[in-house]
Design a protein around this ligand. Sequence first.
Ligand code: UD1
Length: 313
Amino acid sequence: MHVLHVVGARPNLMKVAPVVNALKPYPKIKQTLIHTGQHYDTNMSDVFFQQLEIPAPDVNLGVGSGSHARQTAEIMTRFEPIVLERKPDLVLVYGDVNSTVATALVSSKLGIHVGHVEAGLRSFDRTMPEEINRLLTDQLADLLFTPSEDGDKNLEREGIAAGKVHRVGNVMIDSLVRLLPAAVDRKFDGLPDRYVLVTLHRPANVDDDRILKVILGYLLELNSELKVVFPVHPRTRQRIADFGIDASKLNLLEPLPYIEFLALQRRATVVVTDSGGIQEETTYLKVPCLTVRNNTERPVTVTMGTNLSCVRT
Ligand code: UD1
């Protein structure tokens, strides 16, 4: 059997690693890894392959950035010949990024079985590009691997046959558990005992200058009491520059490798984020998390975890 995994963006990488590893002991399963190239900076991609010990991709489609339509179309155009040539039995797609839906659609139309890892999550907010990606991918998938009970219920409500749904738990947390010991050993010079760790990259928070200014204003206020440590996503750095915002008083870092970021998370006093995965990681680590969104596709982090979803300005 030939399983072809697709990754494209940073959060896919923590999810693919445990699946590739789990399939390794089975000699009858051939595995191929395709990187769409949606994320291409070294510290958004390569360094995660090294730390998570993911085999180098067999092919990198090198699509890069673009509008949603352009990026999705480019991924589809470059992925189709790969599927035709390699003839996998199953294409496994991960999470909710543009690479996920684009490659699920191509595979499905070519009659190849699609498995979706992290199926069933819903924010019920269609202004989020990821929500559209989730809905469509789950409709296309033949096998739906859910992380939690709410995912099963969402799929049932959308009319997906129960026989296709398999609750496998949270693969992102499998990676966290594996690499936590390495994170415990990481030391940072000059890090205060108490600090707030911040990540922001959602278009709804960073693409509007008024909203971004208000959020950064709050962080500046907070910084005078609790030091802010802020590894900045390239989209957000670009917007800060575009809008001419002075954020020099905040401790702005480049995006961090996985283990270093995990090390900062586990020691943080509080995490402020708009990421999906970080809501889950802080829940596992029992670190308080304030999510700068007015909804979450991961309600279990609020009902059982340490997450508080706070309304944007
Ligand atoms: C994508 C995902 C989002 C995920 C996030 C994690 C979609 C719709 N969104 O958002 O769900 O939470 O990844 O980071 O798929 N850029 C670089 N270098 C890179 C990658 C991006 O400079 O390696 C810059 C480019 O200017 C690009 C912008 O970041 O235009 C946004 O990248 P893009 O892939 O469109 O989406 P993300 O915001 O990263």
